[in-house]
Ligand binder design. Structure first.
Ligand SMILES: Nc1ncnc2c1ncn2[C@@H]1O[C@H](COP(=O)(O)OP(=O)(O)OP(=O)(O)O)[C@@H](O)[C@H]1O
Length: 587
């Protein structure tokens, strides 16, 4: 219970919405209460009416009023129920839509760096499952519990109005169903529900991880191990769910036993209270029958409270996510136009360290990137090349030092990012939509003719036009229907449409065969001849396209210069290049 109170005390996700929509919330609770009230009153009046009708009809008016009331409560119950469903779902959908938007904005703000702190499965679970749980927190927990408790108090007071001692007895007996049993449920079953929720989360994380690396599991011939791992997790879940169902069965059985006891007590109360009067005797059936519709509402309290630990873990995860606050970057100090017309980008003593790492990945780097020049960045695996690209793109911030674009701190220019940078990486993503839509992603304002021109520029016009559906051909997920070289060309067409002045190439040809690699590199550098290019590459194929080559090792530049100068001055570079190209270069 303490953890629940603590959870709500520190909550930033749900409570603000309770306050924002409090009037609607009060209406939902009122309508829910009226639904159960009408159901109870209907049974009460019906009990009275049946009993009264069995007596000698001294005056027809005495049954006429209950008939009208039966009709009123009979109509009132479904009407209130309908209105309650409408408003509660309206309330919950508003809340969920606000929550989704809030969560989306949080994720979006950190989209580029999120994978450093969260696993993909974590974020998926958060987006898909946790929000759903918050929705259920209201529909299956908060609303039924509040309505059930309200009814409990009103009914005990009603009985107390006739006989305070019986009122007190009802308070006590119904208290067992509405307070003691639900709390015992939370205590006994809560830990299990919590564990189930955590297992569900583990399944998400492990499944996403497994699916992302599915090819590797298959290549390693360890599919069975992957399936076993998932099955073990799911079996644990099934076991817990079975225990939960058994627990629910026993709990409901105990509730029904208690209700049977309450029914006898009520009969006795009726006899003592009303048994001596010819007219009042009809209240015995009325009070006794009224118990049954209420029991449904009271059962909801136990079920609702037992779910709290499940919701708790969702709420904790969402609040935990909230802790990852994003500090808004300072406003840009130069205009978009000035940024696009930049002359140079400079690295000034840039050092970078990942928060979870001991050592610096980059150590006091200095470099100047001139407009319209091509820079090749080479170095062994783990040297820090990709980290450098992320720093240029503003996805990471230097631990010390500065990266400036014409004197303006690059990290403050994030709102110009799409206009400044085009990125072509190892596996550009092609979506399961038409070729036209996929290429148009580079520039949503581009006309059909412009898209076609970009596709023609990358040499894919013939291929596309020969397809039965032409430009409307759906690419299939990840663009699987096209070869690696074709996928890179489509991605290049996107970049042409985007027309950003700085192009980041992150080993775009690493997965291609040497002939296709040569073709794609030649195409990239001829089509992007007027751009500033920063190109990370593992080997020296196509290095003569670069104006400057920088070797990065262990976070520092160990060598730099034009390819020609390095070839002339550095025996190692000469040897590597000759090996890579199989000929003597620059002769
Ligand atoms: N998100 C991260 N969190 C912690 N350490 C990281 C992270 N990303 C990279 N590193 C570490 O930083 C170092 C540099 O990584 P980086 O990816 O920049 O190297 P790289 O030169 O691009 O390597 P490769 O050529 O293999 O892609 C490596 O030791 C890597 O393990």
């Amino acid at each position: 219970m303490q953890t629940i109170v603590k959870m709500f005390n520190t909550d930033k996700w749900v409570l603000p919405y309770l306050r924002r929509y409090k009037k609607l919330l009060a209406l939902v609770i009122f309508l829910g209460f009226m639904t159960v009230f009408c159901g109870t009153a209907l049974m009460f009046i019906s009990g009275y009416l049946i009993s009264r009708s069995a007596q000698h009809p001294s005056n027809i008016l005495l049954v006429y009023v209950p008939i009208v009331l039966t009709r009123a409560f009979g109509i009132g119950r479904p009407v209130f129920r309908y209105a309650e469903r409408l408003t509660s779902h309206n309330w919950v959908l508003r809340l969920v839509s606000d929550l989704r938007k809030k969560l989306y904005l949080k994720v979006e703000q950190r989209a580029t760096t999120i994978r450093q702190e969260k696993q993909t499965g974590d974020v998926l679970a958060l987006l898909a499952d946790d929000i759903q749980h918050i929705e259920n927190l209201y529909l299956t927990t908060i609303f039924p519990v509040v309505i059930g408790w309200l009814l409990y108090v009103v009914f005990a007071a009603f009985v107390g109005y006739f006989n305070w001692a019986f009122g007190l007895l009802m308070l006590l007996l119904f208290g067992v169903i509405t307070i003691i049993l639900p709390l015992a449920s939370v205590a006994l079953n809560g830990a299990r529900s919590f564990k189930n929720r955590q297992l569900q989360h583990e399944v998400y994380v492990s499944l996403t991880d497994g699916v992302l690396g599915l090819t590797d599991w298959v290549i390693a011939g360890r599919q069975a191990e992957f399936v076993e791992k998932q099955t073990a997790l799911m079996n644990q879940q099934v076991k817990i769910q079975r225990q939960n169902m058994q627990f629910t069965w026993w709990r409901d059985f105990v509730i029904n036993l208690i209700v049977a006891g309450i029914t006898f007590v009520m009969l006795y109360f009726g006899k003592v209270q009303f048994g001596n009067s010819f007219l009042d005797v009809n209240y015995i059936a009325a009070f006794t029958l009224a118990i049954f519709p209420m029991v449904d509402a009271f059962q909801g309290i136990s079920a609702g409270l037992t779910d709290i630990p499940t919701h708790q873990s969702s709420l904790e995860r969402m609040n935990d996510y909230d802790e990852l606050t994003v500090t808004a970057p300072a406003a840009p100090t130069i205009t978009r136009q000035a940024a696009l017309a930049f002359k140079q980008i400079s690295f000034n003593d840039v050092t970078f360290k990942y928060t979870n790492q001991q050592r610096n990945v980059l150590n006091g780097l200095n470099m100047t990137i001139e407009r319209n020049q091509t820079y090749a960045l080479l170095g062994p695996s783990g040297a820090g090349k990709s980290t450098m690209l992320q720093l240029i793109l503003g996805d990471l911030q230097p631990t010390s030092g500065q990266i400036n674009l014409d004197g303006a701190d690059l990290s403050t220019l994030q709102e110009y990012r799409h206009d400044l940078f085009g990125v072509l990486d190892q596996q550009p993503y092609l979506f399961n939509t038409s070729i036209m839509n996929n290429v148009r992603l580079g520039n949503l304002q581009a006309t059909d003719d412009e898209v076609k021109a970009a596709i023609a520029a990358v040499g894919l016009q013939d291929l596309v036009e020969k397809l039965p559906d032409g430009y409307a051909t759906v690419m299939t997920e990840g663009g699987q229907r096209f070869s690696g070289g074709e996928r890179q060309r489509f991605a290049l067409a996107r970049i042409l449409l985007q027309d950003a002045p700085i192009i980041i190439l992150d080993e775009p040809t690493v997965s291609l065969d040497p002939i296709t690699e040569n073709e794609v590199l030649t195409m990239i550098f001829s089509l992007l001849a007027d751009k500033t290019i920063i190109w990370v590459t593992h080997h020296l194929t196509g290095i003569n396209f670069a104006n400057q080559v920088y070797f990065l090792d262990d976070g520092q530049f160990t060598m730099s210069g034009t390819p020609q100068a390095l070839y002339a001055e550095n025996a190692h570079f000469k040897q590597l290049l000759d090996l890579d190209t199989g000929v003597n270069n620059y002769q």
